[in-house]
Design a protein around this ligand. Structure first.
Ligand code: BTN
Length: 242
């Protein structure tokens, strides 16, 4: 696998590969050589990974990339929310008339369908790999899911994959700066203003169980507040269903 240095975007050195198994793995392998501030994109990704052991299918022309981010483990839930918010904001800016929503914690939905996936993994110490797949031109048929996938193209948003990469990284960099300077509150409010199923009855599947209740709030850690018949619960990680 050979990596071609492209340019710097915000604080990251951007490299592109013709083909990789998973850009998350490539970043983990390359940090010792290329440093702590890198983003690696791939034209082809043959073994893309999703959350909960699922795979992330390739569609030629879609965007696959992973970048590094420093963060303390205890602030990770907030970072997870910022990643989704930054992407949702970019899509909304490109297509203001479209319905763009964030499904907790960070799936971005366009007109009710999933258009991106985010996989955040640990690299070492306080360094994390944030991997994002964006459906630019193609969307897979999702089997056994309660929702379908869509692409930007299907919604009339025609943009080069690398332009989206630039817009996203610049937006994420700004949102992280806002968070570092002023804390999570402003981010939290923006996130809630784009949240899917906010104040609705939902189900949340955690590692251990599925819980039912009302999506009451997002707390100052980025945890979901679920109002159940037993009381109010804070959910740190899981998948949201309706
Ligand atoms: C999900 O929704 O389940 C997360 C999907 C994450 C896919 C991206 S594509 C780029 C990066 N490399 C991977 O192997 N996975 C992420």
């Amino acid at each position: 696998m050979s990596l071609i240095y492209k340019t710097k975007i915000a604080n990251w050195k951007w490299y592109e590969a013709e083909s990789v198994v998973s850009t998350n793995d490539t970043v983990k392998e390359q940090v010792s050589e290329l440093g702590n501030n890198i983003v690696i994109s791939a034209i082809h990704q043959t073994g893309g990974r999703g959350r909960r052991g699922k795979s992330w299918q390739e569609s030629v022309g879609n965007l696959y990339f992973t970048y590094t981010q420093k963060a303390e483990a205890q602030e990770l839930s907030k970072i997870v929310c910022i990643v989704g918010l930054s992407l949702a904001k970019v899509i909304k800016r490109l297509s203001p008339q479209s319905d763009v929503k964030i499904k907790w914690p960070n799936d971005v939905f366009l007109e009710g369908k999933k258009m991106s996936g985010i996989l955040l993994e640990h690299i070492q110490d306080n360094l994390w790999a944030i991997g994002i797949g964006i459906n630019i031109v193609g969307a897979p048929i999702l089997e056994g899911m309660s929702y379908q996938a869509t692409s930007l193209k299907e919604n009339g948003i025609e943009l080069d994959r690398t332009e989206i990469l630039r817009y996203y990284l610049k937006q994420f960099s700004e949102d992280m700066e806002e968070y570092r300077q002023n804390g999570f509150e402003n981010i939290r409010e923006q996130w809630l203003s784009m949240a899917k199923n906010y104040h609705q009855e939902i189900m949340v599947k955690t590692e251990k169980e599925t819980k039912k209740g009302k999506f009451e709030d997002l707390d100052d850690n980025g945890y979901l507040i679920l109002k159940t018949t037993q009381g109010t619960e804070r959910i740190i990680a899981g998948d949201l269903f309706v």
